[in-house]
Design a protein around this ligand. Structure first.
Ligand code: BGC
Ligand code: CA
Length: 353
């Protein structure tokens, strides 16, 4: 194996996975082992079905997957075909795309399912075709994942991101109470911008974000809460209403993701709210990190930064019928849980050098 290929592996495949990844590449390059139905042994074909390509977080994940796949190809000469399909938030459209992926001989599917309660039909199609499925970011119910042993879910545990948001608020509340408790009543008046109804991350973040505060004896008053469907534009209009209603009595804005946190900041700036209250989001998107540097966003939570790499590694292993790399821990036979990271102005340098 050439030095060039080895150095690629050390970057793409950390620690123990390198050995397995190296074996995998040899198998891919030698041919005859791709597990592909068409017999094109050097090419691994991954069908990536997205709930919506215009989602900020999802498009960042897919861009990173594409970049990693290109790096992998450049270094070892094997080919990874990443076929992306935009489900346009429509489960019927997405199922047609899955049919097309299966008909055209994909080796593995990565699915960001539109309706996470409707995975059974999709899984049955994959089972009939004998093609493994890795769900990510939008978590199907457990019974569906258990329909076949080649069905996986890759993602973080939503409750953890909520807890981190609450901890960020708690720290600020304890350290700068006079500034953040604007009316000085010892109660944190907050509004909650929720993600898409029924999404596990929206439900769990909403439920868990207040827990660290309550557990540490902070009295809370919820002024308002509503969904803005992960969307910056919807958050702007929701927040404008709340600013008219509550003005500067809002002491904290808890948003289930960064796009909505940024929408809230846009609205408050436009409405002349100064100084801004505490605002927290989730994802650590590029514009959110800028807002953090600027000081308008108090904190965010990095959303499974290793997801693109894990999706690719797992896809390659499943497509070629190889063992799953040791660096990937599969729990309860179907779940690969990935970590979140708490990000504030003090810790931002850990992810943006
Ligand atoms: C992210 C959101 C994103 C959603 C899409 C969530 O985990 O935080 O920004 O819109 O996933 O499914
Ligand atoms: Ca108060």
């Amino acid at each position: 194996m050439s030095r060039k290929i080895k150095s690629c592996f050390s970057r793409l495949f950390p620690k123990g996975a390198q050995i397995i990844a190296a074996l995998l590449a040899i198998l891919l390059l030698c041919g005859g082992c791709s597990g592909s139905s068409s017999g094109t042994s050097e090419t691994v074909r991954i069908g990536v079905a997205l709930y919506s390509q215009d989602d900020t977080f999802i498009s960042a994940v897919t861009q990173q997957m594409e970049q990693l796949a290109r790096e992998y190809e450049d270094q070892n000469g094997g080919k990874i075909n990443l076929n992306l399909a935009d489900g346009q938030r429509n489960q019927t459209i997405q199922l047609e795309q899955i049919d097309r992926f299966l008909d055209s001989g994909c080796d593995v599917l990565c699915v960001n399912i539109v309706d996470r309660t409707a995975a059974a039909v999709l899984i049955d199609k994959a089972v009939s075709a004998g093609i493994p499925v890795i769900f990510f970011n939008r978590q199907p119910v457990q019974e569906d994942l258990q329909r076949w042993d080649k069905i996986y879910y890759v993602g973080p545990k939503g409750e953890q991101s909520g807890i981190y948001q609450g901890e960020i608020l708690l720290q600020k509340w304890n350290q700068e109470r006079e500034q953040v408790d604007r009316n000085g009543d010892g109660i944190m008046q907050y509004v909650m911008l929720e993600g898409e109804p029924g999404h596990q991350d929206a439900l769990l973040r909403t439920e868990y974000a207040t827990k660290p505060l309550i557990e540490n004896g902070v009295a809370l008053e919820k002024l308002a809460s509503d969904t803005a469907n992960w969307s910056r534009a919807q958050a702007v209009s929701k927040m404008k209403q709340w600013c008219q209603e509550f003005g500067s009595s809002i002491e904290a804005v808890i948003a289930n993701n960064d796009d909505m946190a940024l929408g809230a900041i846009d609205a408050m700036k436009e409405m002349g709210i100064d100084p801004l209250p505490m605002v927290v989001g989730v994802d650590a998107t590029a514009p959110a990190l800028e807002a953090l540097e600027e000081g308008s966003l108090l904190g965010t939570v990095q959303n499974a930064p290793d997801m693109p790499e894990i999706l690719l590694q797992l896809s390659l292993a499943l497509a070629t019928g190889q063992e799953v790399p040791e660096t990937i821990t599969i729990q309860d036979e179907h779940y690969v849980w990935l970590p979140y990271h708490k990000i504030t102005k003090e810790t931002i340098r850990q992810i943006v050098p």
